[in-house]
Design a protein around this ligand. Structure first.
Ligand code: ZN
Length: 263
């Protein structure tokens, strides 16, 4: 009987040990699964400089916006500085912290650009001598789970902005915090799809002499026009005073002229 009990204990101990090891492996695996790695892009003079990405173990990277570099054409992203292994954004997954290196190919000519082709918050310019194209776009970020977008300046370097009322068929409703702050824009057209304008959206837009706010804007944050001077004019469509949903401090930090009730 003692022998059987001892044997039983022995088997149980082995079983428990195995179960513990098994649980540890499962735990470690799930930790690794949720571990976030940092990926840095070495752009070697290309612009715009891609943002650092944090990616969960086993997930794919987001392809950075296309870059330009005077008299070079972008080739591809590589996982090594000697450009031996190319990163495939459609297939490759991240399993460690790493750097990706931009490979540039020197042009045999200086690009000669035609006119910008503008539309839907984007613009492109193509070289007349080769296929090289510069693409710029306002940034459109989906708002939560609703089918609408928040807009900001993104990679757009043009001075005349026309916000499209729709992006991917869905309404553009919000202008993000500091969306166009400190930019060199000289004109902006706000469509009547816009309902929310957030803090500092047009702060210190020194080249903008006037702006027209459509009557569709039901929410205006504080300090939207911070840094605006008396030589700049804010034209408010329809409303004779600030609508109920506007922050009391929407004009904080500004002494711009305000024209109410314009068409
Ligand atoms: Zn070219």
């Amino acid at each position: 009987m003692i022998f059987i009990t001892t044997l039983y204990n022995h088997i149980m101990k082995r079983f428990l040990r195995k179960a513990l090891i098994f649980a540890a492996i499962i735990g470690l695996a799930s930790c690794l699964k949720n571990y976030e790695y940092t990926v840095i892009f070495r752009c070697d003079g290309g612009e715009p400089i891609p943002q650092v990405q944090s990616v969960k173990n086993g997930n794919k990277l987001t392809q950075p916006p296309s870059m330009t570099k005077m008299n070079y054409t972008f080739g591809a992203w590589y996982i090594d500085a000697d450009y031996t292994v190319e990163w495939n954004f459609a297939k490759d997954v991240v399993t460690r912290n790493m750097r990706l290196y931009a490979k540039w190919i020197e042009n045999d000519h200086e690009h000669e650009f035609g006119a910008w082709v503008v539309g839907d918050g984007q613009r492109t310019q193509t070289c007349l001598l080769c296929d090289f194209t510069i693409f710029e776009s306002l940034a459109f970020v989906p708002i939560g789970s609703s089918a609408s977008y928040e807009v900001s300046i993104g990679t757009f370097t043009g001075t005349e902005i026309v916000i499209p009322p729709l992006h991917n068929g869905q309404p553009v409703t919000d202008i993000a915090s500091y969306a166009f702050a400190r930019s060199n824009i000289s004109s902006i057209t706000i469509p009547s799809s816009i309902t929310h304008i957030y803090v500092g959206a047009f702060a210190a837009c020194k080249e903008l002499t006037s702006i027209t706010i459509p009557s569709s804007v039901t929410y205006m944050s504080a300090s939207v026009f911070e840094g605006w001077t008396k030589f700049q004019t804010i034209r408010i469509q329809t409303h004779k005073t600030a609508p109920e949903g506007w922050s009391e401090g929407w004009l904080w930090g500004s002494n711009a002229a305000v024209e109410w009730g314009v068409d």
